[in-house]
Design a protein around this ligand. Structure first.
Ligand code: PLP
Length: 379
């Protein structure tokens, strides 16, 4: 049977039961399950605020947009970011008419603190940090750099649902943390995300801006007449970006099993590392710090002849992926081409091996045997 890179595993009966509740009461929209999921997420993570969105992409857009407006950032001001990420991360910066300045990554696949320091200019306002594959890299060094240089910190935690550091959910140091619950992420719904601001005022703005800028509170505050409920105020030219109760229903159920599921991902990772032992000269794995309990969203390796190895794996009905092709190869970011040599190396050599909850120890063995045979024969 084919082994896919990703294959979401749902608690099907429980999800259907939660969805049924929405259908029975006749409410699938904003409110009801979205509020329940926000509360469950705050309890799980310990974040003071959480706003449920219809994607992490819109969450990242809102994060940059709101901080720019509230902190008085200008068009052309800079945010330091990584070239090894999904384009949502960097598009969020461009969409606010700001400039992504690309720092290099290191062997954790996350931003290299020394490279970040070198990128700081008078125009730098924030750092956008991606916890690649659920790994935290040198996140706490980046936190210190932001504090020392008075920079805001945005954490793109799309891969980090359930990642812990020293036993707790990291991100309380960041100004905003944005999660993804897209179809293939660790906490899959179909499409949705969560934006968690540190500052409650920004959370309030996010709630308005994710619903066309509508402020539902105005009239309920200023009048006791219930029949004036329709007369809400519109404060911003906002987006249609909030989540809905059907997606939230799935999220509520999947969240209950997130720790169990991530524990199995860590087991798969351990099996991979055991099976690939002895090939350290040919296979580079990602460095993960001891205190980091990664969500293990990805299992990435770097090899020579990456593309040939992918063809070989495909021939054995194994379908890996690549995370990511350096964003500096895309036309809107090409101005930075060649500025991040390690990212370029990763872009050309990395391969994400299958990581899904249907896999067994034998699947990992089979995948590793194909890789080892290929490396023995070719490299
Ligand atoms: C998936 C992903 C996103 C976008 O998430 P959506 O919920 O699909 O919008 C953003 N950043 C990273 C690093 C991702 O992997």
């Amino acid at each position: 049977m084919a082994i896919q890179l990703f294959k979401a595993k749902y608690e099907i009966d429980e999800c259907l039961e939660e969805i049924r509740k929405c259908l029975e009461i006749g409410w699938t929209g904003l409110g009801f399950k979205t509020l329940e999921f926000e509360n469950a997420w705050k309890e799980y993570t310990g974040f003071p605020f959480a706003h449920y969105t219809n994607s992490s992409t819109i969450g990242l857009n809102l994060a940059v947009n709101i901080m720019k407006e509230e902190y008085g950032w200008k068009d052309g001001d800079e945010i330091i970011s990584t070239p090894i990420t999904f384009v949502s991360t960097n598009h969020a910066i461009l969409k606010s008419n700001m400039k992504p300045v690309f720092a290099d990554i290191d062997d954790t696949m996350c931003l290299n603190p020394d490279s970040v320091k070198k990128c700081i200019t008078d125009k730098t306002k924030a750092v956008m940090y991606v916890g690649m594959g659920g790994n935290m890299g040198n996140y706490y060094e980046i936190v210190s750099i932001c504090v020392e240089n008075n920079l805001k910190l945005i954490l793109d935690a799309a891969h980090m649902a359930g990642t812990r550091f020293g036993g707790t959910i990291p991100g309380k140091e960041a100004d905003v943390v944005v999660y993804s619950f897209q179809a293939v992420k660790n906490l899959p719904t179909a499409d949705s995300g969560m934006i968690c601001f540190k500052n409650g005022e920004l959370d309030k703005i996010a709630r308005k801006k994710s619903w066309l800028g509508i402020n539902k509170d105005t009239y309920s505050r200023t009048t006791s007449l219930k029949n004036y409920k329709w007369r809400y105020d519109v404060e911003y030219v906002g987006e249609k970006g909030h989540g809905n109760s059907i997606m939230a229903a799935i999220g509520i159920v999947q969240l209950k099993y997130l720790d169990r599921d991530n524990a199995y991902r860590r087991q798969l990772t351990k099996w991979y590392l055991e099976e690939l032992r002895g090939y350290e000269d040919k296979i580079k794995t990602v460095r993960i710090e001891d205190e980091c309990e990664s969500s293990c969203h990805l299992f990435q390796i770097c090899v020579d002849k990456r593309d040939e190895l992918m063809v070989e794996l495909n021939a054995h009905d194994i379908y890996p992926g690549v995370h990511y092709y350096s964003n500096t190869n895309y036309k809107m970011y090409r101005y930075a081409q060649g500025t991040c040599p390690y990212a370029d190396y990763v872009s050309a050599h990395t391969i994400s091996l299958p990581m899904n909850l249907y896999m067994t120890h034998k699947d990992v063995d089979d995948i590793c045997n194909v890789i080892k045979a290929f490396l023995d024969a070719v490299v």
